[in-house]
Design a protein around this ligand. Structure first.
Ligand code: CU
Length: 123
């Protein structure tokens, strides 16, 4: 009887330890392994105007607007964000297709809006 009890206690202790290990492991992966790329939108350009991503690698794009509301639209990467005036928006993306893509501002922001775009290269 007491042998069974101590056996069960040992199992419980192992489960506890492995549960807490896997939790901290998950948190660490999220905090450190997703690179952040800052992109600033301002009439009528994005800065930087070109970024390079790796196929299959997740990145977080942190989009900032320095003036009015802008859009950030790129159908092949399923990006369709609105960047509110003077604020930021975040989107996480894992590109699955290599190529050179053009992201456009799809929220009308003024006279030269039609030429506001940036390049995303996936390699
Ligand atoms: Cu625009």
């Amino acid at each position: 009887m007491s042998r069974t009890k101590s056996f069960l206690a040992t199992i419980a202790a192992i489960l506890c330890v492995s549960a807490s290990l896997s939790l901290t492991g998950t948190n660490r992966v999220h905090a450190e392994d997703v690179p952040v790329i800052d992109i600033t939108a301002k009439r009528f350009a994005f800065s930087p105007d070109k970024i390079t991503l790796k196929k299959g690698q997740t990145v977080k794009l942190r989009l900032h607007s320095e003036d009015v509301t802008h859009g950030f639209f790129l159908r092949p990467l399923k990006l369709d964000e609105e960047i509110p005036a003077g604020q930021s928006a975040e989107v996480t993306v894992t590109p699955q297709t290599a190529g050179t893509f053009t992201t456009i501002c799809d929220h009308f922001c003024g006279a030269n809006h039609g030429n506001m775009n940036m390049t995303i290269v996936v390699e």
